[in-house]
Ligand binder design. Structure first.
Ligand SMILES: C[S@@+](CC[C@H](N)C(=O)[O-])C[C@H]1O[C@@H](n2cnc3c(N)ncnc32)[C@H](O)[C@@H]1O
Length: 315
């Protein structure tokens, strides 16, 4: 299925896909709100913001907050005092509210269903605007970055992570293709049963068809940087993370997706998870300091709103 042509169609497909994905989302992506999840989120924030990552930020706005992976972990870690979590999918926000309630954070987190390109907030409202794995879903990134700039207070920080790099995405296609070919043998080895063929008549609203339509961008580092530059941000920095960890992760995820989840052995899941964490450490220590950002699978962009920011003409 080709990407939908109009911005409204992209927003609509994102809303429907993520509404349908919301209940199983945390399980599917291994989202954790305890020590491991906090460690992951803090590690990424440090890569983007350096010493500023310690915060505390009095009021943060998360764009495309999903089920709360970043905001809820950062509130628990004491980096954010209060989080406003915005998402276009009401279904994801319902899961986020449930997660916040079960973690005892409901009074420090509020949710807003809205589009990232039209933020329903006053100018200079937030100390930090952040997001994870969301920019690649937004049709008009210049409009979105202009909004991030507007709602940040002067001196406030911008941070987005988990954005697919164009080259990294191309490189990751090889392990994914290999895993598709190896899947039948892997299932036999694991004693796992094949997942039922997709019929298009599933109760979750054709989610698998939509999956290919929600991602509208992959970035190269200069292109990603240019959105922040054009919006008027200062101290713009783009870095890359995860290479070996991503090859390993995508291979395993592709294998697992070919099997009925309840038939994938627990031992395999442990191996896949621990292997991913170990390779992340190798990437961090050896590859990220040495290789160019473009070869990694995920990009991080961070920046600051200048204290003397002037509004673009006509704003
Ligand atoms: C890949 S998920 C990431 C969720 C979360 N940040 C995480 O890391 O788990 C992308 C999120 O962006 C949201 N999204 C997509 N398009 C959006 C838009 N135009 N405005 C606001 N949120 C949007 C989706 O609904 C979804 O929750």
């Amino acid at each position: 299925m080709a990407a939908p042509a109009t911005p409204d169609a992209i927003r609509d497909v994102n809303t429907r896909y993520h509404d349908a994905a919301a209940v199983e989302y945390d399980h599917k992506w291994g989202i954790d709100f305890h020590e491991i999840g906090r460690g992951q989120v803090l590690g990424k924030l440090r890569k983007g913001l350096g010493a500023r990552a310690a915060g505390p930020f009095a009021h943060a706005l998360e764009i495309g907050a999903g089920t709360g992976y970043f905001s809820l972990n950062l509130v628990q870690a004491g980096v954010i005092d209060r989080a406003t979590c915005l998402d276009i999918s009401p279904g994801m926000l319902t899961t986020l509210e449930n997660n916040a309630a079960s973690l005892g954070l409901a009074d420090r987190v509020d949710t807003v269903a809205a589009d990232a390109e039209h933020l329903p907030f006053d100018d200079d409202s937030f100390d930090l605007v952040l997001g994870h794995a969301v920019l690649h879903h937004l049709p008009d990134l210049d409009q979105a970055f202009a909004e991030f700039m507007r709602v940040l207070r002067p001196g406030g920080a911008l941070f987005f992570a988990g954005e697919p790099s164009r080259l990294g995405d191309r490189i990751a296609a090889y392990p994914k293709r290999g895993a598709v070919r190896a899947a039948p043998a892997w299932r036999r080895l694991m004693g796992a049963e094949p997942v039922a063929a997709h019929t298009g008549a599933q109760p979750n609203g054709n989610r698998h068809d939509l999956e290919f339509a929600v991602d509208v961008h992959a970035f190269d580092p200069p292109g990603l940087r240019a959105f922040a530059d054009r919006a008027g941000f200062a101290d713009v920095h783009v870095s890359g993370e995860e290479l070996l960890a991503n090859w390993f992760g995508w291979t395993n995820r592709t294998l697992e997706a070919s099997a009925r989840p309840d038939t994938v052995p627990w031992g395999w899941r442990q191996y896949a998870y621990r292997g991913y964490l170990a390779l992340q450490a190798v990437d961090r220590a050896l590859l990220e300091p040495r290789l160019p950002a473009a070869v990694f699978y995920n990009l991080i962009v961070s920046a600051t709103k200048p204290v003397s920011a002037t509004k673009p003409a006509g704003a």
